[in-house]
Design a protein around this ligand. Structure first.
Ligand code: URP
Ligand code: ZN
Ligand code: ZN
Length: 467
């Protein structure tokens, strides 16, 4: 099966050039000029991409499909969530499997958690997917399992939390042990960095005063406590002499700590998410219970914070853009009506990442090449997919997006593909959209219509990071 994409403007992290791209079966076979003649016109399909960008498919390394959380389960399963991703030009997700817990102090193995996630995704995902593993209890068996995950299972990154005491929180000694283990096995620790125990005290104080509104979710999670936890975990990584990746970085205070650690020579990496670039604290003040739509952790920050994040993206203090896609419907959000601390944390985002961040290109905040790097090439490199994903080089998987830079549309829950019944960006007009999306050479989105196949997505055994 041969598909020729002709006359597109190919975009890599370094170059923008006009060329043809040949897909043969599941792989990119050639990039060059005049491929129609070179290959004697023998193609099953030709697509004219004149005036469009041809980019490597987006890689979203932070999603939560079908995840039990906050007394409910995230609204998208691996089918609806990956269809939404594909519509938005994303062809790979890395989702978070969770070490199971059956009661206080009673934890299952990492392998049990991984089996559960394979079951959730297998036969459902329409694009390729990998897993990180959330570790909530570190002991000798778990440390051994971490080695097996890296060496055998293709799960080479682990998320630990300084937040959510009683749910995901682990202490500093556990984090340090896990860091040391990755020093030996080549894995990467990803940290949710907020000081959970102190946040819980502030929540308790707010509730005792009778505060109930969604805005209190943010007001009880001060940015300094994201900065403090970031500083701490970066210092632990420095002493352990290993790289560290901070997930969903939201606050300027945390970014400052990443920058300082990098200046000291720590292999510190971090992602931010579109919600921290395009929404802010004022969203919590929307009338009635609407502020609950934006309840996520870390929370949206005060207006002006986004400027620091854009600067971080420009200067490579932030290396990736992910989404933290963790959608809940309003019925679930209402579990926290009358008690902001019971609002399930998370919001949809997997479909809108490229749309939103492309507005940053249009506004001159990041270059087109940097956009490709942040959304595709850098996540591939940091998460062990280099050479296969995140590149248009011959030999790579044919995960290719034809991006129409002039297509205008309005983001809305009425037209999005997540099962979430609201969009945090409702009514926002954007320019630029994926017109064709190929996953390993198969068309998934054709001119804005879904033509993919449930279960076509494959599990990606990832290698270790190049960090
Ligand atoms: O609010 C969020 N971020 N929900 C998902 C869980 C997490 O911490 O990433
Ligand atoms: Zn998190
Ligand atoms: Zn998350």
């Amino acid at each position: 099966m041969r598909t020729l994409i002709q006359n597109g403007t190919l975009v890599s992290p370094t170059d923008t050039f006009t060329a043809d791209l040949l897909i043969e079966d599941e792989k990119i076979a050639a990039v060059g000029t005049n491929l129609h003649a070179v290959y004697g016109g023998k193609f099953d399909q030709t697509v004219d991409a004149k005036g469009k960008y041809v980019i490597p498919g987006g890689i979203d390394v932070h999603t939560h499909m079908d995840m039990p959380f906050g007394g409910t389960t995230s609204a998208d399963d691996f089918e609806s969530g990956t269809i939404a991703a594909a519509f938005g030009g994303t062809t790979t997700i890395v989702d978070f499997a969770i070490q199971p817990q059956s009661g206080p102090g009673q934890f299952g193995s990492l392998h049990q958690g991984l089996d559960i996630w394979h079951e959730k995704a297998n036969g459902k995902a329409v694009i390729d997917y990998g897993f990180h593993m959330i570790v909530r209890n570190v002991n000798q068996d778990v440390l051994r399992e971490m080695d097996q995950f890296v060496n055998k299972e293709g799960v080479t990154s682990f998320k630990l939390f300084t937040a959510y005491p009683g749910v995901f929180y682990v202490d500093d000694a556990s984090i340090f042990r896990a860091l040391r283990q990755t020093g030996a096995n080549g894995g990467l620790i990803c940290m949710h960095a907020e000081n959970g125990p102190v946040i819980d005290v502030i929540i308790e104080e707010a509730k005792a005063r009778g505060e109930t509104a969604p805005a209190w979710h943010a007001l009880t999670r001060p940015p300094r406590l994201e900065g403090e936890a970031s500083h701490r975990v970066l210092a632990l990584a420095e002493v352990a002499k290993v790289p560290l990746y901070i997930v969903h970085l939201s606050a300027a205070e945390a970014l400052e700590e990443v920058r300082r650690a990098r200046d000291r020579g720590v292999r510190a990496y971090a992602e931010t998410c579109p919600q921290y670039l395009y929404l802010d604290h004022r969203n919590y003040e929307e009338p009635g219970f609407a502020g609950s739509k934006y309840v996520m952790s870390p929370p949206l920050r005060m207006p002006g914070n986004d400027e620091h994040l854009w600067r971080g993206l420009q200067l490579d203090d932030l290396q990736c853009i992910s989404t933290d896609h963790c959608p809940f419907c309003m019925k679930e959000k209402r579990l926290g009506e009358g008690d902001f601390s019971k609002i399930p944390n998370g919001a949809p985002g997997v479909e809108t990442r490229l749309y939103l961040t492309y507005q940053g290109v249009r506004a001159g905040r990041i270059t087109l090449n940097r956009w490709v790097q942040l959304n595709s090439a850098a996540p591939a490199k940091l998460f062990g997919l280099q050479g296969r994903k995140g590149t248009l080089a011959p030999g790579a998987d044919a995960d290719v997006v034809i991006w129409d830079p002039e297509k205008k549309h309005t983001i809305s829950a009425k037209s999005h593909h997540s099962k979430a019944d609201y969009s945090p960006y409702e009514g926002r007009e954007v320019t630029g959209a994926a017109s064709h999306v190929y996953s390993r050479g198969k068309l998934v989105i054709d001119g804005g219509s879904y033509v993919g196949k449930k279960g076509a997505g494959q599990f990606l055994k990832r290698g270790t990071t190049l960090a």
